[in-house]
Design a protein around this ligand. Structure first.
Ligand code: ATP
Ligand code: MG
Ligand code: MG
Length: 393
């Protein structure tokens, strides 16, 4: 059988492997960690660093085509692989998504076709730029200073209220390239999954509504009525336009803010994009007839992209390591018996061996015949596991 390759061994890679195996593909995962979620379930595990030329050559030699599950993989590794094999998404678009400065420039460049802009921002790469922002961009405060590269789950971000706090925050972040974004009055957040093939065929999912707690995704609500339909349509169209403008191949997730701008439904602002399947799309495994991982496999293998149909309303609850820690910080297995007695619960655990606070260990998706029932079960599950965020939906 043909083999599909993945750079990175995390849970996204693991769920990709599961989807690939269902279609009869073999998989190869390149990942330095011996006990990674994806490496443990893949046919081949090339255990080396992402920039090791010998490892990359072995991956290319084994695989028909290759993707990444880890957005901070060195873009150069994708470039190297692309010399001999189809790679999706490309090094060029992953490079854009890895750098908030380039990402925002891209969003701005395609604002005419996407119909959305990003939050007002300024680039801070030098002391002179910092001082110029301090003197001339009072409109950006209060704001959030974000490192241009390597941030995720709210890491690499500092909230600042004054020009003085801004200077301190930039120093605290190591004076690296950053963007200062204006703090917006969010009324909601959502994200859209798009899949695009080598031939330009494009399909999308309806927007899912997301709740973040401490900068980390806590809850995703995916059902009709999770947000006003005018906004949902605009978000979906915008994500499709952004993917097309990039010439993207594979699954792309675009995150949006809904802001209070005085209009009836609020305004839509594009936040950032992930060049891969996304945590907010995990509900598609249990609630849709083709999951985001199925679509990633189809895109990579050059198969037709089905327009996925959601057959059940769903709520996804993220399971961070905190769920395993008792009041004294001791590890304790949660009461899965009680959770799984609730109707429509689908437990996904990623096979990670050590639970740590804030670490993504798994997720729980609740599906059912109607939205009210799904919400009720989600609340009971959240109470059993002390999970936050549900009161926001
Ligand atoms: P991810 O894990 O999604 O990649 P990240 O670390 O890249 O997260 P962002 O998506 O930039 O971070 O921000 C994390 C969260 O912080 C957002 O989902 C939102 O709740 C809040 N946030 C970020 N930027 C703003 C802003 N300009 N105004 C208000 N809230 C914001
Ligand atoms: Mg991000
Ligand atoms: Mg984000």
């Amino acid at each position: 059988p043909a083999t599909l390759g993945v750079l990175g061994g995390g849970q996204l890679g693991r769920m990709f492997v599961h989807a690939a195996q269902r279609l009869g593909y073999f998989t190869a995962v390149l990942e330095p960690d011996a006990q990674s979620p994806a490496g443990l379930v893949s046919h081949h595990h090339i255990q080396t660093t992402y920039d090791d030329p010998a490892g990359l050559a072995e991956l290319a030699q084994l695989c028909q085509s290759i993707t990444t599950e880890f957005e901070n993989v060195p873009a150069q590794a994708l470039q190297t692989l692309a010399q001999t094999r189809p790679v999706a998404p490309s090094a060029a678009v992953v490079g854009i998504a890895q750098n908030r400065i380039e990402e925002k420039a891209h969003f701005t460049a395609c604002a005419d076709v996407s119909g959305v802009t990003c939050a007002p921002y300024a680039v801070i790469e030098t002391l002179a730029q910092l001082q110029a922002v301090q003197n001339e961009r009072a409109d950006l405060l209060p704001g959030i200073l974000k490192t241009a590269r390597m941030g995720y789950d709210g890491k690499g971000q500092v909230r600042v209220k004054t020009a003085k706090e801004l200077a301190a925050a930039w120093a605290e972040l190591g004076s690296v390239a950053c963007v200062l974004e204006k703090m917006l009055p969010l009324t909601a957040e959502c994200s859209v999954l798009v899949a695009r093939g080598w031939d330009g065929q494009i399909v999308s999912f309806a927007p899912q509504r997301n709740v973040h707690v401490n900068g980390i995704l806590a809850v995703t609500a995916a059902y009709e009525g999770n947000m006003p339909s005018v906004l949902a349509d605009r978000a979906r169209d915008a994500a499709v336009a952004i993917a097309q403008h990039l010439g993207y191949v594979g699954v792309l997730c675009v995150e949006f803010f809904v802001v209070d701008d005085g209009t009836e439904h609020g305004g839509l602002v594009v936040n950032e994009m992930a060049p891969r399947p996304h945590n907010s799309g995990h509900y598609t495994i249990d609630a849709c007839d083709a999951s985001q991982f199925d679509l990633q496999v189809h895109a990579l293998a050059g198969l037709p992209l089905p327009q996925s149909r959601q057959h059940s309303p769903a709520i996804m609850l993220n399971l961070l390591g905190d769920v395993w820690l008792d009041a004294n910080g001791q590890l304790q297995e949660p009461d899965w018996q009680a959770v799984l007695r609730l109707p429509g619960t689908h437990l996904h655990l990623y096979g990670k061996l050590d639970a740590r606070a804030g670490r993504k260990m798994g997720h729980l998706t609740i599906t059912g015949p109607d939205v009210d029932g799904v919400k009720a079960v989600a609340r009971r599950a959240a109470a059993l596991l002390s999970l936050p965020g549900l009161d926001a939906i």
